[in-house]
Design a protein. Structure first.
Length: 382
Protein backbone atom coordinates (compact mmCIF):
# COMPACT_ATOMS: atom_id res chain seq x y z
CA UNK A 1 0.00 0.00 0.00
CA UNK A 2 1.53 3.25 -1.11
CA UNK A 3 1.48 6.38 0.96
CA UNK A 4 0.92 9.70 -0.64
CA UNK A 5 3.59 12.18 0.37
CA UNK A 6 2.21 15.51 1.55
CA UNK A 7 4.27 18.59 0.89
CA UNK A 8 5.06 20.64 3.97
CA UNK A 9 5.01 24.39 3.80
CA UNK A 10 8.40 25.62 4.91
CA UNK A 11 8.13 27.69 8.08
CA UNK A 12 9.43 31.24 7.82
CA UNK A 13 12.89 31.78 9.21
CA UNK A 14 12.87 32.97 12.82
CA UNK A 15 14.14 36.51 13.27
CA UNK A 16 16.63 37.08 16.01
CA UNK A 17 16.30 40.12 18.23
CA UNK A 18 19.33 42.31 18.80
CA UNK A 19 19.26 42.68 22.60
CA UNK A 20 21.35 45.84 22.47
CA UNK A 21 18.75 47.48 20.20
CA UNK A 22 16.03 46.31 22.58
CA UNK A 23 17.72 47.90 25.59
CA UNK A 24 18.42 51.07 23.61
CA UNK A 25 14.72 51.38 22.79
CA UNK A 26 13.70 51.28 26.46
CA UNK A 27 12.87 54.73 27.89
CA UNK A 28 14.34 53.94 31.33
CA UNK A 29 18.07 54.29 32.14
CA UNK A 30 19.80 50.90 32.49
CA UNK A 31 23.35 50.35 33.79
CA UNK A 32 25.44 47.21 34.22
CA UNK A 33 28.15 47.54 36.89
CA UNK A 34 31.28 45.49 37.44
CA UNK A 35 32.45 44.39 40.89
CA UNK A 36 34.32 47.68 41.44
CA UNK A 37 31.28 49.70 40.26
CA UNK A 38 32.88 50.48 36.91
CA UNK A 39 30.28 50.79 34.15
CA UNK A 40 30.25 47.97 31.60
CA UNK A 41 27.06 48.97 29.80
CA UNK A 42 24.67 51.93 29.59
CA UNK A 43 21.73 52.31 27.24
CA UNK A 44 20.81 55.54 25.46
CA UNK A 45 18.40 56.59 28.24
CA UNK A 46 21.21 56.21 30.82
CA UNK A 47 23.52 58.37 28.69
CA UNK A 48 20.85 61.09 28.59
CA UNK A 49 20.07 60.75 32.31
CA UNK A 50 23.76 61.11 33.30
CA UNK A 51 24.51 63.64 30.52
CA UNK A 52 27.56 61.53 29.58
CA UNK A 53 28.34 59.45 26.48
CA UNK A 54 28.95 55.72 26.64
CA UNK A 55 32.65 56.07 25.73
CA UNK A 56 33.28 58.19 28.83
CA UNK A 57 30.96 56.15 31.04
CA UNK A 58 32.99 52.99 30.40
CA UNK A 59 36.07 54.75 31.75
CA UNK A 60 34.60 55.77 35.13
CA UNK A 61 32.94 54.22 38.15
CA UNK A 62 29.43 54.94 39.41
CA UNK A 63 31.04 56.48 42.51
CA UNK A 64 32.64 59.12 40.28
CA UNK A 65 29.34 60.09 38.66
CA UNK A 66 27.03 60.53 41.64
CA UNK A 67 27.50 62.68 44.72
CA UNK A 68 29.20 61.29 47.83
CA UNK A 69 26.72 59.41 50.00
CA UNK A 70 24.18 58.98 47.17
CA UNK A 71 21.65 56.27 48.18
CA UNK A 72 22.20 54.60 44.81
CA UNK A 73 25.64 53.40 45.97
CA UNK A 74 24.20 51.88 49.15
CA UNK A 75 21.56 50.09 47.09
CA UNK A 76 24.24 48.52 44.84
CA UNK A 77 26.13 47.34 47.95
CA UNK A 78 22.92 45.81 49.31
CA UNK A 79 22.40 43.86 46.08
CA UNK A 80 25.94 42.46 46.30
CA UNK A 81 25.60 41.52 49.97
CA UNK A 82 22.21 39.86 49.64
CA UNK A 83 22.68 38.40 46.17
CA UNK A 84 19.03 39.20 45.42
CA UNK A 85 17.00 41.91 43.74
CA UNK A 86 16.23 45.16 45.56
CA UNK A 87 13.53 47.73 44.77
CA UNK A 88 13.74 51.22 46.25
CA UNK A 89 11.26 54.05 45.67
CA UNK A 90 11.87 57.78 45.80
CA UNK A 91 15.69 57.66 45.67
CA UNK A 92 17.27 61.08 45.20
CA UNK A 93 20.16 61.01 42.71
CA UNK A 94 22.53 63.97 42.47
CA UNK A 95 25.46 64.45 40.14
CA UNK A 96 27.72 67.36 39.17
CA UNK A 97 26.56 66.83 35.59
CA UNK A 98 22.87 67.20 36.46
CA UNK A 99 21.16 70.60 36.77
CA UNK A 100 19.61 69.44 40.05
CA UNK A 101 18.65 66.37 42.09
CA UNK A 102 16.35 63.83 40.45
CA UNK A 103 13.91 61.52 42.16
CA UNK A 104 13.85 57.96 40.81
CA UNK A 105 12.51 54.50 41.57
CA UNK A 106 15.35 51.95 41.36
CA UNK A 107 15.44 48.25 40.50
CA UNK A 108 18.74 46.53 41.20
CA UNK A 109 19.73 42.90 40.92
CA UNK A 110 22.58 40.53 40.06
CA UNK A 111 22.85 39.06 36.57
CA UNK A 112 21.68 35.41 36.64
CA UNK A 113 24.91 33.80 35.44
CA UNK A 114 27.32 36.48 36.64
CA UNK A 115 26.48 37.31 40.23
CA UNK A 116 29.39 39.75 40.50
CA UNK A 117 27.68 42.04 37.95
CA UNK A 118 24.80 44.28 38.99
CA UNK A 119 22.12 45.67 36.69
CA UNK A 120 20.33 48.91 37.64
CA UNK A 121 17.15 50.25 36.09
CA UNK A 122 15.97 53.75 37.02
CA UNK A 123 12.48 55.14 36.61
CA UNK A 124 12.15 58.91 36.89
CA UNK A 125 9.19 60.09 38.93
CA UNK A 126 8.51 63.45 37.25
CA UNK A 127 4.90 62.73 36.25
CA UNK A 128 4.15 60.81 39.44
CA UNK A 129 5.39 63.73 41.52
CA UNK A 130 3.36 66.18 39.48
CA UNK A 131 0.17 64.26 40.18
CA UNK A 132 1.10 63.85 43.86
CA UNK A 133 1.70 67.58 44.21
CA UNK A 134 -1.55 68.29 42.42
CA UNK A 135 -3.43 66.41 45.13
CA UNK A 136 -1.74 68.74 47.63
CA UNK A 137 -2.84 71.75 45.56
CA UNK A 138 -6.42 70.49 45.62
CA UNK A 139 -6.28 70.05 49.40
CA UNK A 140 -4.96 73.62 49.68
CA UNK A 141 -7.83 74.88 47.54
CA UNK A 142 -10.34 73.06 49.74
CA UNK A 143 -8.81 74.57 52.88
CA UNK A 144 -9.02 77.99 51.25
CA UNK A 145 -12.70 77.33 50.48
CA UNK A 146 -13.43 76.67 54.15
CA UNK A 147 -11.47 79.72 55.19
CA UNK A 148 -13.38 81.85 52.67
CA UNK A 149 -16.72 80.86 54.17
CA UNK A 150 -15.57 81.77 57.68
CA UNK A 151 -14.13 85.08 56.53
CA UNK A 152 -17.27 86.05 54.64
CA UNK A 153 -19.56 85.32 57.56
CA UNK A 154 -17.45 86.44 60.51
CA UNK A 155 -15.68 89.50 59.08
CA UNK A 156 -17.73 91.21 56.36
CA UNK A 157 -20.74 91.97 58.54
CA UNK A 158 -18.73 93.57 61.41
CA UNK A 159 -16.75 95.55 58.83
CA UNK A 160 -19.94 97.20 57.58
CA UNK A 161 -20.76 98.26 61.14
CA UNK A 162 -17.26 99.66 61.73
CA UNK A 163 -17.38 101.67 58.50
CA UNK A 164 -20.86 103.00 59.25
CA UNK A 165 -19.83 104.10 62.75
CA UNK A 166 -16.76 105.88 61.38
CA UNK A 167 -18.92 107.80 58.87
CA UNK A 168 -21.29 108.90 61.64
CA UNK A 169 -18.39 110.09 63.81
CA UNK A 170 -16.89 112.00 60.88
CA UNK A 171 -19.78 114.48 60.78
CA UNK A 172 -18.94 116.07 64.15
CA UNK A 173 -15.14 116.06 63.98
CA UNK A 174 -12.53 118.63 63.08
CA UNK A 175 -10.56 118.30 59.83
CA UNK A 176 -7.58 116.87 61.74
CA UNK A 177 -9.68 114.15 63.44
CA UNK A 178 -11.69 113.50 60.26
CA UNK A 179 -8.54 112.12 58.60
CA UNK A 180 -8.53 109.34 61.21
CA UNK A 181 -12.11 108.28 60.43
CA UNK A 182 -11.26 108.33 56.72
CA UNK A 183 -8.32 106.05 57.47
CA UNK A 184 -10.71 103.65 59.25
CA UNK A 185 -13.01 103.65 56.21
CA UNK A 186 -10.18 103.03 53.71
CA UNK A 187 -8.75 100.18 55.77
CA UNK A 188 -12.13 98.49 56.18
CA UNK A 189 -12.62 98.79 52.41
CA UNK A 190 -9.23 97.14 51.84
CA UNK A 191 -10.12 94.24 54.16
CA UNK A 192 -13.52 93.86 52.50
CA UNK A 193 -11.88 93.66 49.05
CA UNK A 194 -9.56 90.94 50.34
CA UNK A 195 -12.52 88.98 51.71
CA UNK A 196 -14.34 89.41 48.40
CA UNK A 197 -11.39 87.80 46.64
CA UNK A 198 -11.35 84.96 49.15
CA UNK A 199 -15.07 84.31 48.58
CA UNK A 200 -14.22 83.02 45.11
CA UNK A 201 -12.66 79.94 46.74
CA UNK A 202 -15.91 79.17 48.51
CA UNK A 203 -17.84 78.81 45.25
CA UNK A 204 -18.29 75.03 44.95
CA UNK A 205 -20.97 75.13 42.24
CA UNK A 206 -20.20 72.90 39.23
CA UNK A 207 -18.96 74.74 36.16
CA UNK A 208 -21.25 75.23 33.21
CA UNK A 209 -19.03 73.74 30.49
CA UNK A 210 -19.04 73.97 26.73
CA UNK A 211 -16.40 73.26 24.03
CA UNK A 212 -13.78 76.02 24.24
CA UNK A 213 -11.03 76.71 21.71
CA UNK A 214 -7.98 77.14 23.94
CA UNK A 215 -6.18 79.17 21.27
CA UNK A 216 -8.98 81.75 21.26
CA UNK A 217 -8.53 82.01 25.04
CA UNK A 218 -4.75 82.47 24.76
CA UNK A 219 -5.09 84.99 21.93
CA UNK A 220 -7.54 87.03 24.01
CA UNK A 221 -5.15 86.88 26.99
CA UNK A 222 -2.23 88.00 24.81
CA UNK A 223 -4.11 91.03 23.44
CA UNK A 224 -5.12 92.15 26.95
CA UNK A 225 -1.56 91.66 28.23
CA UNK A 226 0.16 93.48 25.38
CA UNK A 227 -2.08 96.51 25.79
CA UNK A 228 -1.54 96.68 29.55
CA UNK A 229 0.86 95.15 32.06
CA UNK A 230 3.04 93.37 29.46
CA UNK A 231 3.45 96.33 27.11
CA UNK A 232 6.87 96.26 25.44
CA UNK A 233 7.52 92.57 26.10
CA UNK A 234 7.99 90.05 23.30
CA UNK A 235 5.36 87.33 22.98
CA UNK A 236 6.21 84.06 21.22
CA UNK A 237 3.32 81.82 20.20
CA UNK A 238 4.05 78.15 19.50
CA UNK A 239 0.65 76.56 18.95
CA UNK A 240 -0.49 73.17 17.73
CA UNK A 241 -3.46 74.15 15.52
CA UNK A 242 -4.85 70.60 15.55
CA UNK A 243 -5.80 70.64 19.24
CA UNK A 244 -9.44 69.69 19.91
CA UNK A 245 -11.66 71.89 22.12
CA UNK A 246 -11.46 71.91 25.92
CA UNK A 247 -14.63 71.24 27.94
CA UNK A 248 -14.80 74.29 30.14
CA UNK A 249 -15.88 77.80 30.98
CA UNK A 250 -14.23 80.34 28.69
CA UNK A 251 -14.31 83.25 31.16
CA UNK A 252 -12.75 81.13 33.92
CA UNK A 253 -9.99 79.91 31.59
CA UNK A 254 -9.28 83.48 30.51
CA UNK A 255 -9.01 84.45 34.17
CA UNK A 256 -6.60 81.58 34.91
CA UNK A 257 -4.24 82.16 31.98
CA UNK A 258 -4.40 85.93 32.39
CA UNK A 259 -3.16 85.42 35.97
CA UNK A 260 -0.30 83.21 34.72
CA UNK A 261 0.76 85.72 32.06
CA UNK A 262 0.50 88.59 34.57
CA UNK A 263 2.74 86.64 36.95
CA UNK A 264 5.22 86.08 34.13
CA UNK A 265 5.26 89.79 33.25
CA UNK A 266 5.71 90.83 36.89
CA UNK A 267 8.52 88.28 37.30
CA UNK A 268 10.36 89.84 34.35
CA UNK A 269 9.85 93.21 36.03
CA UNK A 270 11.78 96.23 34.90
CA UNK A 271 13.76 94.32 32.27
CA UNK A 272 10.90 94.68 29.81
CA UNK A 273 13.02 95.31 26.73
CA UNK A 274 14.53 91.83 27.00
CA UNK A 275 11.36 90.29 28.44
CA UNK A 276 10.06 87.21 26.67
CA UNK A 277 6.83 85.31 27.30
CA UNK A 278 6.30 82.04 25.41
CA UNK A 279 2.77 80.65 25.03
CA UNK A 280 2.86 77.05 23.82
CA UNK A 281 0.30 74.32 23.22
CA UNK A 282 0.80 70.67 22.27
CA UNK A 283 -0.93 67.30 22.31
CA UNK A 284 0.50 64.72 24.74
CA UNK A 285 -1.38 61.43 24.56
CA UNK A 286 -0.80 58.94 27.34
CA UNK A 287 -1.04 61.33 30.30
CA UNK A 288 -3.83 60.01 32.54
CA UNK A 289 -4.93 60.95 36.06
CA UNK A 290 -6.63 58.62 38.53
CA UNK A 291 -9.87 59.93 39.98
CA UNK A 292 -10.10 59.63 43.76
CA UNK A 293 -12.73 57.10 44.85
CA UNK A 294 -13.05 55.58 41.39
CA UNK A 295 -11.27 53.07 39.19
CA UNK A 296 -11.55 55.37 36.16
CA UNK A 297 -8.65 57.37 34.79
CA UNK A 298 -9.06 60.71 33.01
CA UNK A 299 -6.96 61.44 29.95
CA UNK A 300 -5.22 64.85 30.03
CA UNK A 301 -3.67 65.18 26.58
CA UNK A 302 -3.85 68.96 26.09
CA UNK A 303 -0.77 70.80 27.35
CA UNK A 304 -0.55 74.57 27.64
CA UNK A 305 2.68 76.22 28.81
CA UNK A 306 3.40 79.79 29.85
CA UNK A 307 7.15 80.44 29.98
CA UNK A 308 9.06 83.57 30.99
CA UNK A 309 12.73 84.54 31.21
CA UNK A 310 12.46 86.12 34.65
CA UNK A 311 14.86 85.39 37.53
CA UNK A 312 13.04 82.21 38.60
CA UNK A 313 11.24 81.15 41.77
CA UNK A 314 13.18 80.60 45.03
CA UNK A 315 13.61 76.95 45.97
CA UNK A 316 11.89 77.29 49.35
CA UNK A 317 8.66 78.55 47.73
CA UNK A 318 8.25 76.01 44.93
CA UNK A 319 6.57 73.32 47.04
CA UNK A 320 3.97 75.79 48.35
CA UNK A 321 3.54 77.97 45.27
CA UNK A 322 -0.16 77.20 44.85
CA UNK A 323 -1.04 77.55 48.54
CA UNK A 324 -3.07 80.61 49.57
CA UNK A 325 -1.10 83.64 50.85
CA UNK A 326 2.22 82.40 49.39
CA UNK A 327 3.78 85.07 47.17
CA UNK A 328 7.13 86.37 45.93
CA UNK A 329 5.77 89.90 45.36
CA UNK A 330 6.40 92.67 47.91
CA UNK A 331 2.77 93.80 47.79
CA UNK A 332 1.09 90.57 46.64
CA UNK A 333 -1.74 88.82 48.47
CA UNK A 334 -0.73 85.29 47.45
CA UNK A 335 -4.19 84.44 46.10
CA UNK A 336 -3.53 84.60 42.34
CA UNK A 337 -1.89 81.19 41.86
CA UNK A 338 -4.20 79.57 44.42
CA UNK A 339 -7.13 80.80 42.32
CA UNK A 340 -5.48 79.49 39.13
CA UNK A 341 -5.05 76.06 40.77
CA UNK A 342 -8.73 76.04 41.76
CA UNK A 343 -9.91 76.96 38.25
CA UNK A 344 -7.71 74.30 36.62
CA UNK A 345 -8.87 71.72 39.19
CA UNK A 346 -12.51 72.64 38.50
CA UNK A 347 -11.82 71.86 34.83
CA UNK A 348 -10.44 68.42 35.75
CA UNK A 349 -6.85 69.40 34.93
CA UNK A 350 -3.55 69.74 36.73
CA UNK A 351 -0.95 72.51 36.92
CA UNK A 352 2.75 72.29 37.68
CA UNK A 353 5.69 74.68 37.75
CA UNK A 354 9.32 74.15 36.70
CA UNK A 355 11.71 76.98 37.48
CA UNK A 356 15.38 77.80 37.16
CA UNK A 357 17.22 81.11 36.67
CA UNK A 358 16.06 82.84 33.45
CA UNK A 359 13.39 80.19 32.77
CA UNK A 360 10.12 79.52 34.58
CA UNK A 361 7.38 77.36 33.07
CA UNK A 362 3.82 76.95 34.28
CA UNK A 363 2.45 73.79 32.64
CA UNK A 364 -1.28 73.07 32.50
CA UNK A 365 -2.71 69.70 31.41
CA UNK A 366 -6.41 69.62 30.49
CA UNK A 367 -8.87 67.02 29.18
CA UNK A 368 -10.23 67.31 25.66
CA UNK A 369 -13.88 67.60 24.69
CA UNK A 370 -15.61 64.27 24.17
CA UNK A 371 -16.28 64.06 20.44
CA UNK A 372 -19.60 62.30 21.11
CA UNK A 373 -20.79 65.21 23.23
CA UNK A 374 -19.66 67.69 20.59
CA UNK A 375 -21.58 65.91 17.83
CA UNK A 376 -24.68 65.65 20.05
CA UNK A 377 -24.58 69.36 20.89
CA UNK A 378 -24.24 70.25 17.20
CA UNK A 379 -27.12 68.01 16.14
CA UNK A 380 -29.52 68.99 18.95
CA UNK A 381 -32.25 71.50 18.02
CA UNK A 382 -31.78 75.02 19.25
Amino acid sequence: MSRTATARTPSPPRRTVDLDLLLTALPHPILVLAEDNSILYANAAAEAFLSTGIALLKRVRLDDLVAFGCPLLALVDQVRRSGSTVNEYGVEVTSPKMPGPRLVDVYGGPLPDQADLVVLMLHQRNMALMIERQLTHRAAARSASGLASVLAHEIKNPLSGIRGAAQLLEQGLTDEDRSLTQLICSETDRIRNLVDRMEVFGDERPLSKEPVNIHDVLEHVRRISESGFARGMRFIEDYDPSLPPVPGNRDKLVQAFLNLVKNAAEAIGENKKNGRIVMQTSFRPGVRLSVQGSDSRISLPLMIQIEDNGPGIPDHLREHLFDPFVTTKPHGTGLGLALVAKIINDHGGIIECDSEPDRTIFRVLLPMQDRTNVSKSRSSPR
